[in-house]
Design a protein around this ligand. Structure first.
Ligand code: PDD
Length: 288
């Protein structure tokens, strides 16, 4: 038994649906040995996968970046997601997809003979952020970004992110804001947004951050709300002086950060730009 995981829930592993407590991979799977694999986290509302095409596009990009063979075509991935949802009794939930390079003798380089990628999919219980989290906002601390230089790949090699998130937990806050060479990158598992002088700012899309599926969406929501948006490098001082801070991710949606390093952000309450973007996000979900 794994605490918090219903043993009878069905997962997909290499072509079969099996109980999660009976799903097994080889100890030589390169995902296990080297973290040599990629993943996606797709939020599902009332049975509808939100921004599925964008998630599957990013999954394709991650596989291509690691030169892992694509196990399914687009219709195959959609079919897998539908089957996973049909076999779960959850309608608002998370679909997790993972592909590793597969099983091979332990050697760092890619296997000389092509191996079959390991494909894993599961549905997990999930509740969107509570009314309290939306109304009160979250807290964060700033830390140096100590991760590698290919954060744009949604890789399962997440040790840097794991250690960053643990720093948040140890500091009794909700998230970290990471800085590389004095510039904002992202959270441990979220993109970060800064409001300054009525403008929405985000770090540029490059190898230093994961381009969240909500990164593009926030740009759309800002345009719809008439909020000017700029992607550019953001200094630690600008973050410290921000009128508003926000984070976004599949599981946190969009939430305000109201406390940074123990000091209030702006008014210390979720701000007006957050309220506009949050309303836009809710409207997209309601329209699903
Ligand atoms: N994390 N940056 C990092 C490092 C992330 O891990 C995530 C998502 C994001 C936001 O991406 P998106 O909007 O596509 O969720 C940004 C997921 C939720 C996770 O690892 O569980």
């Amino acid at each position: 038994m794994i605490p918090g995981v219903p043993g009878e829930s069905q997962v997909f592993l290499n072509g079969e649906f099996v109980r999660i407590d009976e799903a097994k991979i080889s100890v030589l799977d390169r995902g296990f040995i080297f973290g040599d694999g990629i993943y996606e986290v797709v939020p599902v509302y009332r049975g509808n996968a939100f921004r599925m095409a964008e998630h599957l596009d990013r999954l394709d990009r991650s596989l291509a970046a690691l030169r892992i063979a694509q196990p399914f075509d687009r219709a195959g991935w959609i079919d897998l997601i539908e089957q996973l949802l049909a076999r779960s009794n959850l309608d608002t939930c998370i679909v997790y997809l993972q592909v590793t390079r597969g099983v091979a003798k332990r050697d760092h380089q890619f296997p000389a003979e092509p191996v079959k990628p390991t494909v894993f999919g599961m549905v997990s219980a999930w509740a969107p952020p509570s009314a309290a989290a939306r109304a009160q906002g979250l807290s964060a601390i700033t830390i140096p970004d100590e991760r590698w230089l290919h954060c744009e790949i949604k890789s399962v090699s997440l040790l840097g992110n794991v250690l960053a998130k643990q720093q948040a937990v140890d500091a009794h806050v909700d998230e970290v804001l990471q800085f590389r060479d004095g510039f904002l990158t992202e959270g441990s598992s979220t993109n970060i947004w800064v409001v300054s002088g009525g403008k929405l700012l985000a770090p540029p899309k490059n190898n230093l951050i994961l381009e969240g599926i909500r990164y593009g969406l926030m740009g759309e929501l800002a345009a719809e709300a008439g909020i000017p948006f700029e992607a550019r490098r953001i200094t630690q001082d600008e973050v410290a002086q921000a009128d508003e801070l926000m984070l976004s991710s599949a599981t946190k949606e969009v939430l305000a950060i109201v406390s940074l390093d123990g000091r209030p952000v702006g008014s210390g309450k979720p701000g007006p730009v957050f309220a506009q973007l949050r309303a836009g996000y809710d409207a997209r979900i309601a329209a699903l």
